[in-house]
Design a protein around this ligand. Sequence first.
Ligand code: HEC
Length: 95
Amino acid sequence: MKSTNTLYKRFAIAGIGLFIIIVLFSTGCVESKKIAMKSGVQLWAENCQRCHNAPSPGSFSASQWETIGMHMQSRALLTENEKNKIVAFLQSSGR
Ligand code: HEC
């Protein structure tokens, strides 16, 4: 009977481990949804002044913002979605 007992214990430990992993992953998803809900202006205010003054929307033209967006996406480590939102905000409020 001793060997079956340790087998049950192993299953119980594996189950608890799996449960913890699932909880960690599901809260992780909630967090990233919060980030995904951020608007372009919010992302611009939070990210674009980390290294220099955040450039105002009027500083560049719509096509210049495309190029700047690509360049600063890699500098600021933004996702494609975040970059698109920031560029859309800068273009819509700029010249
Ligand atoms: C990790 C630091 C960092 C972050 C965050 C960052 N930048 Fe920059 N940015 C730089 C550096 C360094 C330069 C100058 C050198 C270069 O062009 O790579 C620069 C240059 C610029 C320039 C050119 C300035 C000029 O007058 O020619 C613009 C415009 C700009 N960034 C916009 C942005 C926007 C918009 C964001 C937010 C999405 C952003 N940056 C986030 C580092 C950063």
